[in-house]
Write a new protein. Structure first.
Length: 149
């Protein structure tokens, strides 16, 4: 999936992954990653790296996408996953197109897969979205798809 980005953008992506199985709809899971990676790129300085980490934690895979953009104020973090909500940073980003649907769609995908999302944002550490998704049928029994790497 990272290979689909142009060379200049790929040079900003720093991926650290361990093989982890996630049960779910492959297309939805790819869209989920694209939403978070695109947002991280859009809301960070042009030359700064975007870190992507995937690791297995007990019965879940944890995906973290971190950038070094402006921090998201706590009062806006609570609304990030609402449809059509665009925080102050989205209005000043270099590429401010969009309707405020990306994170709402991401949240819906995570909910369907019985996962969770959290956000941590500060000037010192940047903004990190952490997505936790089940790694087996036992933790995600309603999904009938085969495992995806």
């Amino acid at each position: 999936m990272i290979a689909s980005y142009d060379t200049e953008t790929r040079s900003r992506l720093k991926a650290t992954t361990k093989k982890s199985l996630m049960y779910g709809n492959e297309t939805s899971l790819e869209e989920l990653l694209v939403i978070f990676i695109d947002n991280a790129l859009k809301y960070s300085p042009p030359e700064s790296p975007v870190e992507i980490k995937v690791r297995e934690k007990r019965l879940h895979a944890e995906i973290q996408v971190r950038n070094q953009g402006e921090p998201i104020p706590p009062e806006q973090q609570a609304r990030l996953f609402e449809r059509f909500y665009r925080g102050d940073n989205s209005r000043t980003a270099s590429d401010s197109r969009g309707y405020g649907l990306g994170l709402a769609i991401a949240k819906r995908i995570v909910d369907i897969h019985h996962g969770s999302i959290k956000v941590d944002s500060s000037r010192k550490k940047g903004t990190c979205f952490s997505i936790s998704l089940p790694t087996s049928k036992t933790t995600n029994p309603k999904l009938k798809q085969s495992p995806k790497h």
